[in-house]
Design a protein around this ligand. Structure first.
Ligand code: AMP
Length: 585
């Protein structure tokens, strides 16, 4: 039997183990889950608990439960657990031993070697402590690698030339950002920065504060000193936080949370994502500061970055992704499961050391962005067809994402929901996949909340539902083969693309008269803009003569627009579209 080497992410909050088999990296389940909480404890009867069971008892028995031991690695100290005290290496060894056992059960053979990851900033003493923990667990640590390096391996960042990547790692209790330069076989951590007391747990704590404040105000009780109630609130807060990553609202329900004067107290409270985002915004701002510091430390400008990789469960928070994209101008990559990507990278490194072939990580992702349109700012101006992406390209599938929209007018009883695929901020420049109208909405003032949900399955079937929040009235559409259909469409000739553009502009009419009552001139302006953009794109590759023709035709369109001469505009648009058609085919 070959000498298998496993890859281990020994994390502050959670740990994972992975292995490469048949060329593919695979995370090994531990106690039926892919994630083992990095918590160790002693049960009532003195039995050793590792993982979820230890985590479950933490809130009730902190004196015999140890968590976040990674923060103490390398320190000459001991932590108390029940009657005895233990070194950080010993506690970590218990976690490693559990991972080793799970690997042995899964693989059906003894496992004695591992690659273990550590944060880029770990000192020699911390790295040595990690090796010692491995030895105590019966594992020879064949290599210690940096977590951002492991992430880059899992994301298969190809780097024929040298490449600068930023790895943003926001876990449960720690935050690290590293700027890494990859070149052929060398991975260099240029700078690393962070806060090892910042993470998703802080988001939970903010939500707990919010729930406690509600209980005080609405129910007149303060649960702060009821351990069991606080443990339930913490758990409910984490579940709410996770739900808010995919939906604009969540309801937290905890029945019989505690008793007050012999009466049960129930908690039932809705939380809006917008309010939650306000609560966590300061934490995210702090991480962005650290991103700047790391970039400065690496001596790089934003324009020098080639990729941004997300690691750590808390990076599933949409605000994290959108703020990073705002400041770095690159859509962060999130297609490798952020909880598992460091362990996966460790397994890939292990396979390379063992001399095995690795063909990478297999993830099913959507190759396209799907979204809808709404009144919103586009280039600083309100525009009715601003593209609102719900499912971004490269998101692992299946996936379900919801967003809230508000009605525009008092007494608005209908809305049109349009489904687009594409990347352009103007929905009309994307491809429309379908639309539907939801009628019979309540006769209420503007701001009636409509929740639109996009669910994309592994077969590329896109299910879009819109629901009036206050009544539950809903309507939906199913688009078969949303992903495959457009793979074929991409191969279609320029005529198809062009008629799409014009066709889309024409469909604007009905919707605009219903929704916005805009003029027909606006419609032509939209078509004109789309054609001008296409023309400008073509100018780069055109020869001098064709370029002059394009410039003239675009000028004619612009002149007609300025003069508001609709007959001249129609003619100029016709000429420009003929020219584009000729150049594109
Ligand atoms: P890690 O230490 O990388 O395993 O990350 C764990 C943290 O990620 C915990 O705070 C989790 O609550 C958080 N987390 C997991 N899934 C999500 C999600 N979908 N949205 C937001 N946070 C999440």
């Amino acid at each position: 039997m070959s000498d298998i080497i496993i890859g281990i992410d020994l994390g502050t909050t959670n740990s994972e183990v992975a292995v490469v088999q048949g060329g593919r990296a695979r995370v090994i389940p531990v106690d039926g889950a892919k994630i083992l909480p990095s918590v160790v404890g002693l049960a009532d009867d003195g039995a050793l608990l590792v993982g979820q069971t230890a985590r479950n008892q933490y809130a009730l028995y902190p004196e015999r439960t140890v968590r976040s031991i990674k923060r103490r690695m390398g320190e000459d100290t001991k932590v108390q657990m029940g009657p005895q005290s233990y070194t950080p290496q010993e506690v970590s060894a218990l976690i490693l031993r559990r991972l080793k056992q799970a690997a042995e059960t899964d693989l059906g053979q003894p496992v004695t070697k591992a690659v273990i990851t550590v944060p880029a900033y770990f000192s020699d003493a911390q790295r040595q402590a990690t090796r010692d923990a491995g030895a105590l667990a019966g594992l020879e640590v064949v290599r210690i690698i940096n977590e951002p390096t492991a992430a880059a391996l899992a994301y298969e960042v190809d780097h024929p030339e040298s490449k600068n990547i930023l790895v943003y790692d926001l876990g449960g209790g720690t935050f690290d950002v590293s700027v890494v330069r990859l070149s052929r076989d060398v991975t260099e951590v240029l700078a690393s920065h962070g806060n090892n007391h910042l993470g998703g747990d802080d988001f939970d704590a903010k939500l707990v504060e919010h729930l406690v404040a509600w209980l005080k105000e609405e129910k007149g009780v303060d649960p702060s000193h009821h351990r069991a109630a606080m443990a339930r609130l913490t758990r409910a807060a984490e579940a709410a936080k996770i739900a808010l990553s995919d939906a604009p609202f969540v309801r937290v329900e905890e029945e019989y949370l505690l008793e007050q004067a012999g009466n049960p107290v129930h908690l039932s409270l809705e939380i809006a994502r917008d309010d939650y985002e306000d609560m966590i915004a300061p934490f995210i701002a702090e991480t962005l500061e650290a991103v700047h510091t790391a970039m400065q430390g690496a001596g790089l400008a934003v324009a020098d970055l080639h990729e941004v990789l997300l690691v750590g469960g808390a990076t599933r928070t949409p605000l994290v992704q959108s703020r990073l994209e705002d400041i770095l101008g690159i859509q962060p990559r999130a297609e490798v499961d952020p909880d598992l990507c460091v362990a996966t990278g460790a397994a890939i490194q292990a396979a390379v050391i063992a001399g095995e072939q690795v063909s990478g990580v297999l993830v099913d992702v959507t190759p396209y962005t799907f979204g809808t349109s709404a009144w919103s700012d586009l280039n600083g101006e309100p525009y009715p067809y601003t593209f609102i992406p719900l499912i971004r390209k490269n998101t692992p599938i299946p996936v379900t994402k919801s967003e809230a929209f508000d009605t525009m007018y008092d007494g608005q009883t209908a809305i049109d929901v349009r489904v687009f695929q594409g990347e352009d901020p103007d929905a009309l420049n994307n491809t429309e996949l379908g639309s539907f109208r939801i009628e019979g909405l309540s006769d209420v003032p503007a701001g009636n909340v409509i929740i639109t949900t996009f669910a994309l399955d592994v077969n590329g079937i896109l299910h879009v539902t819109s629901r009036e929040k206050r009544t539950g009235l809903e309507k939906h559409i199913t688009i078969d083969n949303a992903t495959a259909r457009f793979a074929r469409d991409e191969l279609e000739a320029a005529r198809g693309r062009l008629s799409d553009l014009i066709g889309e502009a024409e469909t604007v009419e009905t919707v605009e008269t219903v929704e916005a009552g805009e003029t027909a001139g606006r419609r032509e302006a939209v078509a004109a803009r789309a054609l001008i953009e296409t023309a400008e794109r073509l100018m780069g590759a055109a020869n001098a003569e064709d370029r002059d023709d394009l410039v003239d035709a675009v000028e004619a369109v612009r002149d007609a627009l300025t003069a508001e001469d609709s007959a001249a505009l129609g003619q100029a648009l016709g000429q420009l579209s003929d020219l584009i058609y000729y150049l594109e085919t």
